[in-house]
Design a protein around this ligand. Structure first.
Ligand SMILES: C[S@@+](CC[C@H](N)C(=O)[O-])C[C@H]1O[C@@H](n2cnc3c(N)ncnc32)[C@H](O)[C@@H]1O
Length: 187
């Protein structure tokens, strides 16, 4: 099932809404050569906005899943030569189907069943792995799901606990429009 409010605007506009290097730095992904993450899975590649730079920063493979074939075509095109596996898959229904060191839930936790999605993410993690989350700040933003379904950091922390994850971070400011959270798998 396609997540509500998960349609994409034009690529150029979408990519004007993020400071990608800052986001990668503040989430601790951009530490080239530190081996912090080997394999990573992403729900919703979109245009590959994060897929491509994150694939360049990790030591293993980036598995990315989208329900929209056009998004996979674009991400494959941009990710040529990198260790990226793009698959058409309904992750809400089927989970990730891979085992990784980090799962990316970027701009997607306004979904209908966030706890189930976090459980899928937790289930894909190797021991000590992390779920990395970004979402739109609550307030006026140039894009993003309607405020009534937009999660606040505290809400995400509660959902993560129910899903068996520990919140490892306070909300991380990701200007201009986002915040981030890191949830650890303790197993
Ligand atoms: C708001 S976009 C975010 C894309 C990317 N994560 C980013 O932040 O640039 C959400 C993406 O999730 C995809 N999507 C929605 N429901 C999905 C599902 N059930 N399984 C896999 N992908 C889904 C959409 O097609 C869309 O590309």
């Amino acid at each position: 099932m396609r997540v509500r409010d998960s349609g994409m605007p034009e690529e150029e506009f979408w990519e004007s809404l993020f400071d990608v290097p800052l986001i990668l730095d503040r989430l601790g992904i951009n530490h080239l050569g530190t081996g912090r993450f080997h394999d990573v899975a992403e729900l919703g590649c979109g245009y590959g906005t994060f897929t491509v730079p994150i694939a360049q920063a990790i030591t293993g493979k980036l598995y990315t899943f989208d329900i929209d074939p056009a998004m996979l075509v674009r991400t494959r095109e941009r990710g040529q030569g990198l260790s990226i596996e793009c698959q058409e898959r309904d992750v809400v229904q089927h989970g990730f189907g891979v085992e990784v060191d980090a799962v990316l839930l970027f701009n997607i936790l306004h979904c209908e069943s966030p706890v189930d999605l976090l459980r899928h993410a937790a289930g894909a993690l190797r021991p000590g792995g992390e779920v990395l989350i970004i979402h739109w700040q609550h307030g006026e933003t140039p894009r993003g799901p309607s405020l009534d379904i937009r999660p606040r950091p505290k809400q995400i922390a509660e959902w993560a606990t129910v899903a068996g994850l520990a919140t490892a971070s306070e909300p991380i400011d990701l200007p201009p429009w986002h915040y981030g959270m890191v949830c650890k798998h303790e197993g």
